[in-house]
Design a binder for this molecule. Structure first.
Ligand code: BTN
Length: 263
């Protein structure tokens, strides 16, 4: 697979000597973290065909069977204060959508914060992990972990997620070329300019299916309902609650009414 990916990249791609493909691992984000701590360079890309402990947001598991998906972690060393990277998760979602569109012709929507979705089904997710130097506030490294369901049919998903999980093949009706998607992801992320904040956020707001919807928000034991009316420049979801007050929501689990069978 690695050879196929390399053959699909331009010959002089700056990351071509730092792309790794593993048959199986617990989590590519864990491998990327070890690589980061042992000095691996910006733009190190780690793929696995199979993850035994694929991790999602909110401590969830990301089902990662062999031969079916793209499980990739990208190590970035942005060399700036963490406060300048508030839009990183938005940037990762937009960039992953760009790559899916290049590889398949179909552009997913984004469910806040960064689930890739289409027609009420989750096609993939992104788990971003940052290491920040506590004394300076600078980012030591960022790991962007991307999981995309490529070739599954509905029965390939565990029963508990079957009603709301989908794959690129289920959406397009065609076989998904995983090497092509992997190469598209590498090209899209290597061209990402985090300094282009307003362009990134404009595209994010356009693609975000949560904006304009009635949502439920779970934060710890607290469940509230509201109307999502925007995303601010830090990537927070702007929510209006029934009593009229508004909040910028930075974390929590948001369900969109009518999506994924929630609500
Ligand atoms: C989510 O759905 O909440 C995020 C899922 C992120 C999964 C990817 S797969 C590659 C990388 N390794 C992991 O353990 N997680 C991410």
């Amino acid at each position: 697979m690695k050879e196929q990916i390399l053959n699909l990249l331009p010959g002089d791609h700056p990351w071509q000597n730092q792309i790794y493909w593993y048959d199986s691992t617990d989590s590519t984000n864990n491998l990327a973290k070890v690589a980061a701590q042992t000095g691996a360079p910006h733009g190190t890309v780690i793929f696995a065909d199979h993850q035994t402990g694929g991790r999602g947001r909110m401590g969830r598991r990301f089902h990662s069977p062999a031969g079916c998906g793209i499980y990739m972690s990208l190590l970035l060393r942005p060399n700036c204060p963490a406060t300048e990277l508030m839009h990183l998760t938005c940037a990762a979602a937009v960039t992953a959508c760009d790559a899916v569109e290049v590889a398949t012709g179909m552009r997913p929507g984004i469910k806040w914060t960064n689930d890739l979705v289409h027609n009420r089904r989750k096609l993939g997710g992104i788990l971003t992990e940052l290491s920040v130097d506590a004394s300076t506030g600078n980012v030591e490294y960022a790991i962007i972990g991307i999981g995309i369901n490529c070739c599954q049919t509905s029965v390939d998903f565990p029963e508990e997620i079957r009603s709301f999980a989908g794959s690129l093949t289920m959406v397009t009706g065609k076989m998904t070329n995983r090497a092509k998607l992997a190469a598209a992801l590498i090209c899209a992320f290597s061209s990402l300019r985090l300094s282009e904040k307003s362009r990134i956020l404009e595209t994010y707001r356009r693609d975000c299916v949560t904006i304009g919807k009635e949502i439920s928000l779970v934060q710890g034991d607290d469940l509230r309902h509201g109307h999502a009316f925007g995303v601010d420049n830090s990537g927070a979801l702007l929510v209006r609650f029934p009593d009229g007050h508004t909040e910028a929501v930075h974390s929590g689990e948001v369900s969109v009414r009518g999506m994924y069978g929630y609500l």
